[in-house]
Structures are given as structure tokens and as C-alpha cells.
Design a protein around this ligand. Structure first.
Ligand code: ZN
Length: 101
């Protein structure tokens, strides 16, 4: 499954963990600098994060790997709205269950 493969590459899960925990992502909060990111749709502040590759395979074949960029996709935990960031200052903070609510 493509989703599972992505998570392994991102280092978010081991293959062993994927065997029992597919689809169980942990919510994160995100900030750029000191500004917390909120969902533009529902104002929620919990997200799932996914790395999104912006490069094409064609570029890699031609040795233009330096042109590759990856974006961080933040998927709103509540409504699913996807926010895409290409920003190295973007910080993700894992939310512990104890801190919720
Ligand atoms: Zn939302």
C-alpha cells in the first residue's frame, strides 16, 4: 500500500509497527517560527503530517536531484483539509495523549 510505504520512508513507523498500526497516526501541532498553524477551514490545531515530494522522477534521471523539494503536508485532524508547506522553519510538535483535552 502506497500510504504504508511512505510512512516507512519518512521514518515514522517501522515495518513491524505497520503490521498492526496501519492508519493510526499521531496528531501533531505545527508552527512556523512562533506562529501556531491553525486549519484555515475549521481553525483546528491538530494535524497529521505527511511528507510530499515535489520532484518528478524525470528530474532524478537527469541528475537534477538538487532540484528536488519536499513539502510538508499537514492534514487537519478534524476536517481533513490539507495544508502544504515548503518551509524549513516549519516545526512539528507531537501531541501526547495526556495533553489532549
Ligand atoms: Zn480543519
Amino acid at each position: 500500500m502506497l500510504t504504508a510505504a511512505r510512512w516507512v520512508r519518512d521514518g515514522c513507523a517501522t515495518p513491524v509497527a505497520l503490521g498492526r498500526g496501519v492508519g493510526v497516526a499521531k496528531p501533531v501541532r505545527a508552527a512556523v517560527g512562533k506562529v501556531w498553524i491553525k486549519c484555515t477551514f475549521c481553525q483546528g490545531d491538530l494535524f497529521r503530517d505527511r511528507e510530499v515530494k515535489l520532484n518528478s522522477s524525470g528530474m532524478e534521471l537527469m541528475n537534477f536531484g538538487w532540484a528536488n523539494e519536499s513539502a510538508t503536508g499537514l492534514i487537519c485532524w478534524s476536517c481533513g483539509y490539507v495544508h502544504l508547506f515548503v518551509n524549513r522553519d516549519l516545526e512539528l510538535y507531537k501531541v501526547k495523549k495526556e495533553d489532549k483535552g
